[in-house]
Design a protein around this ligand. Sequence first.
Ligand code: MN
Length: 255
Amino acid sequence: MFVLLTNDDGISAEGIQALVAEFSRHHEIAVAAPDRERSASGHAITMDRPLRARPVEQIGLAWAISGTPGDCVKLALSTLLPKRPDLIVSGVNRGPNMGIDVFYSGTVAAALEGLLNGVPAVAVSLASYAADLDYAVAARVARSVAERLYQKSALSRTLLNVNVPYLPQEKIKGVRSTRLASQHYQTAFEARQDPRGHTYYWLVGEPLPEVGAGEDTDIAAVANGFVSITPLGLDLTDFDRLNELRSWSRNTGVL
Ligand code: MN
């Protein structure tokens, strides 16, 4: 396979270095990643300033890009890469990307950008913020998932969002196919004073316990020691509401 690696923690993050080590032993790779951490940048793209792509020769075919994860994938696919990649792998992210996290995640957005361009993609996150994380198990899981995805041509327009529990490989109980949890965060900002006496705000929201969550969610799978794999699509249309809306607009004659 020819695999494009990217992330949102920046090109020097340990998570992407683990992917480089794991994939380069078995596949041809290229790397296009932000030149600094761009976590929680979502699917932002840069339109008001130029992008710089600095080659990183120590890695090989690699660029550190002065943009978002979305910029990196767009620029790589359209301009930088000598040929189209078979697959994009984004990660390994430091921290989980489950439930509503996928709306904010740069890791997932980079994979979505691949899918928008017809390249299947895997987003991989390690569900821990511990110090000195070891990404080797998550990188092996990423390669295993990527190779299986590549072998299934029926899954060519697929994005798999993978979350790996932070456990030794022998303690991981297996793999579960999951749906996104609907867990929400309490939105809270801590107000502080800067040295000049002005107030600033810092996001401190904690996850709220999920009410009535099923065992089939990504969060439940990881909490129970399984690797969670959720297929994500590009269509946000709420089809149940669409049917309601059709009858509503027919009956009320909005226009
Ligand atoms: Mn990140």
